[in-house]
Design a protein around this ligand. Structure first.
Ligand code: ADP
Ligand code: MG
Length: 311
């Protein structure tokens, strides 16, 4: 099969076409017209076999995850997801079928148009997903817009994806937490709702709560005091030797794609599923936490740990 047959057969099948698209996928570039008073929100993410998904993981699920992880960045900004571009590297031509299926499945499920892409062969299987969305101007939720005194909320679960990955790696592919690892739900609907309600600061938790909370602290020049009792309460009471594993997963486990946002205490939070977990405080940047397993004593995570590709 030629490169072009491969592309047409597997990657040009998305069902969605957005009203703003003037020139769709298939040309050298796509063209999109924005309505007055709107801004374009763009992000890109790369995922590699063996680094972002295990070697024994189904390729269609890996592609679905990659698209959803990228879309989660649009959710964090509060944008309406519109388009994706997927640049993929195949080791063998026969990987195209599952890769295409996963990409198209995720795009159609979240109502986004596949606006373009690139297909190459290479040593390792990987994908780069670029996503774009639209938002009314000056309403995006940014990391630098938290203020001292703001309450801190989490929307979505934390820790379960890391527990699911651990189960998967032990060969327990039907483990209770595995679905949290295998299937990502970008909080697109909630993100848009929060931005519309006037929330101005949000991040998606992709690298671990402490690390991502710290990104807000650094950008907004504040600290956060987080009470993690409620997050840990969401789990069945762990046996003694499992407590550390649980705390580690909730505080530093990546790939949950929950939204962490801040809001002035006077604000009405529109999303009932959001859990208040703390407050922004005036202190040296950093995240202070307390947990029931530390006798509720607060402690400072000096350097928040979470996923880092280079350490
Ligand atoms: P060019 O050489 O002009 O960069 P390509 O030959 O790489 O174009 O691709 C031909 C068309 O197929 C382009 O419109 C491109 O957007 C589309 N395409 C290629 N690979 C993918 C992919 N993985 N997903 C979606 N569209 C793709
Ligand atoms: Mg060209």
């Amino acid at each position: 099969m030629s490169e072009f047959d491969l592309i047409a057969g597997h990657f040009l099948r998305g069902a969605i076409r957005q009203p703003e698209t003037r020139v769709a996928n298939g040309d050298d570039a796509s063209i999109h017209a924005l309505a007055d008073g709107h801004e374009l929100v763009v992000s890109t993410d790369t995922a590699w076999l063996g680094i972002h998904w295990p070697k024994d993981f189904p390729l269609d699920d890996a592609m679905d995850r990659a698209v959803c992880a990228a879309l989660s960045d649009l959710a964090a900004m509060g944008a309406k997801a519109r388009w994706i571009w997927t640049a993929i590297t195949l080791q063998h031509q026969d990987q195209a079928l599952l890769m295409g299926q996963g990409i198209v499945r995720a795009a159609d499920r979240h109502g986004v148009e596949i606006a373009g892409g690139d297909t190459t062969s290479g040593q390792q299987c990987g994908i780069t997903v670029t996503v774009a969305g639209i938002i009314p101007e000056k309403t995006a939720m940014c990391r630098h817009q938290a203020h001292v005194g703001d309450h801190v909320f989490v929307l979505g679960s934390l820790g379960r994806s890391a527990l699911g990955l651990a189960e998967w790696q032990k060969g327990k592919h039907d483990g209770d937490y595995v679905p949290y690892f295998t299937h990502i739900t970008p909080q697109l609907f909630a993100g848009e709702l929060l931005a519309k309600a006037g929330i101005r600061c949000c991040i998606d938790v992709s690298d671990g709560l402490l690390q991502d909370a710290n990104h807000i602290c650094e950008a907004s020049h504040c600290a956060m005091r987080l009470d993690l009792n409620c997050l840990l309460d969401a789990f069945p009471s762990p046996k003694h030797r499992e407590k550390d594993v649980l705390i580690q997963a909730v505080l530093t486990g990546g790939d949950d794609y929950a939204l962490l946002f801040t809001a002035a205490p006077s604000m009405v939070i529109p999303e009932v599923a959001a859990l208040r977990i703390g407050q922004c405080v005036a202190a040296k940047h950093g995240v202070y936490t307390s947990t029931p397993f530390l006798d509720n004593r607060p402690y400072l995570m000096d350097y928040p740990r979470g996923f880092d590709h280079f350490t």
